[in-house]
Design a binder for this molecule. Structure first.
Ligand code: ADP
Ligand code: MG
Length: 460
């Protein structure tokens, strides 16, 4: 696991237990600088961040990284000048803290927010409910299916499999199911877990000879929610154990709900029998919200947080921030903080200038990003894409890479050929035509390409 991956995964766990505002304030502009001999060094933008993380979040951070790499013993926090921290993640949480004064102001503001408590019995975060989940055409099927599950636990839609890109509300929706069920009947046994945590728990139960407890625990639930199952990829032992757990639950009429960033058929390195279990119920995707829905989401979130913004300001934000709901929340946050700081309502021009600093035009995608994303998606080494081989597991990703460079970067065929180690441009043409042709018939391929695009467009 490289530094960035380690930190991204740790953050996605931390995010579940920290209020949105605190998460944005204290964890943006942080990254892992080094990870060696059980020591992790986290880069932070300034001394306040450092103090805050050390005093308030240290144990929690340590726990989250240990969940991923149990050997980690210590974490240090080092101040890194903001210009050095430009990583893919910053753009997700876009405010800039410039001076000490700004920072103190933010810290005071955060005090108003109550830290959110995760219920240790269920691992559910109470903030994710159906009441706060906004429904639009992009997610209405997923929402309807989730509701159907709550009405008919274990009977309708079992398992329910929801997939879609980051920040589109999968975790929120899945946890809403769990929160609803425990609220209706507190005797119901509900558990939320990420696939990674499941895997880590299994590994430590194997080490401690407590596998039997592990097995029993997971076979007791009336509802088991497993988030981000794409991380089961390549973990054979976990897949095997999960397969048995799933069967036991399913045979007993218990409900299982999954999320993933892609449909089951596109998860690489997964045993066929497990894949067919994932596919056995209902599979529903959440797409990206269109303009009207983004506007509705902004209105509702602004009202919820008592942020007063004019209709035209909200329209401006909805038209500029297009990626996902997490980004919309981030934009509102930035604007709220700026406006409190300047003690006035921001003009349209000011909002535009704040947001445009954080939004990069699409043209900044590079061939390297496309290739890297594809290699990660298909779980093959990046360099193998350039190898002159006819192995199908390489040929397909390579052809998709050529196709996407042509489609999204408008790369010429000779340019593409040259990028791929001086291949002839006819190879590039062939690849482009092959994928275009396959796309007409193969809806699985279409999904894969959609997921890949979603990923590199989110990295910008
Ligand atoms: P994912 O798991 O798909 O990456 P999350 O569920 O973590 O996305 O959602 C990201 C953020 O957006 C969360 O703060 C969540 O509450 C919010 N969010 C997502 N979808 C909705 C929605 N339909 N209505 C309200 N808030 C949403
Ligand atoms: Mg999620």
């Amino acid at each position: 696991m490289n530094n960035q991956e380690l930190w991204t995964r740790a953050l996605s766990e931390i995010e579940l237990s920290v209020s949105r505002a605190n998460f944005v304030t204290w964890f943006k502009d942080t990254h892992v600088i080094e990870h060696r001999d059980g020591n992790v060094t986290v880069g932070v933008p300034n001394g306040f961040s450092k103090e805050w993380l050390e005093n308030k979040y240290h144990k929690f951070i340590l726990k989250s990284v240990r969940n991923l790499i149990p050997e980690i013993r210590a974490i240090n926090y080092n101040i890194v000048a903001p210009s050095d921290t430009a990583s893919g993640d910053n753009q997700q949480y876009p405010q800039k803290i410039r001076s000490k004064k700004d920072f103190i102001m933010q810290a005071e503001e955060q005090m108003e927010f109550k830290e959110i408590t995760i219920d240790p019995r269920t691992n559910l975060n109470p903030k994710y409910t159906f009441e706060t989940f906004i429904v639009g055409s992009f997610n209405e099927l997923a929402h309807a299916a989730a509701l159907a599950v709550t009405k008919n636990l274990g009977k309708a839609y079992n398992p329910l499999f929801v997939y879609g890109g980051v920040g589109l509300g999968k975790t929120h929706l899945l946890q809403a199911i769990g929160n609803y069920i425990v609220k209706e009947d507190k005797n119901k046994k509900v558990n939320y877990i990420t696939s990674e945590k499941f895997s880590n728990e299994l590994v430590s139960s194997l080490q401690n000879n407590t596998v039997q407890n592990f097995k029993e625990k997971y076979r007791e639930y009336d509802l088991l929610v497993v988030d981000d199952v794409q991380f089961f990829a390549g973990k054979t032992k976990t897949q095997e154990e999960f397969f048995y757990t799933f069967n036991a639950l399913f045979d007993a009429g218990k409900q299982v709900v999954f999320s993933s960033d892609r449909p089951p058929k596109s998860i690489p390195d997964i045993e066929e029998r497990l894949r067919s279990r994932l596919e056995a119920g209902v599979i529903i995707d959440i797409s990206e919200p269109e303009y009207e829905t983004r506007l509705a989401i902004l209105k509702s979130k602004a009202a919820e947080r008592k942020i007063s913004l004019s209709e035209s300001s909200l329209e401006l934000i909805a038209s500029m921030v297009q990626k996902n709901i997490r980004e919309l929340e981030g934009a509102l946050n930035t604007i709220q903080i700026q406006s409190r700081h300047q003690n006035k309502t921001l003009s349209l021009e000011e909002i535009k200038s704040i947001l445009s600093k954080n939004i990069k035009p699409k043209s900044t995608i590079t061939t390297a990003q496309i290739i890297k994303t594809i290699a990660e998606f298909y779980d093959i080494p990046e360099r193998s894409i350039f190898e002159r081989t006819r192995k199908t597991e390489i040929v397909k990703p390579r052809q998709i890479a050529m196709y996407l460079i042509r489609e999204d970067l408008k790369g010429s065929y000779p340019f593409i050929g040259q990028k791929f180690g001086g291949m002839d441009h006819t190879t590039a043409i062939h690849a482009y035509e092959k994928i275009s042709e396959d796309l007409k018939r193969d809806s699985g391929l279409e999904e894969e390409i959609k997921s890949i695009r979603g990923k590199y467009q989110n990295q910008k």
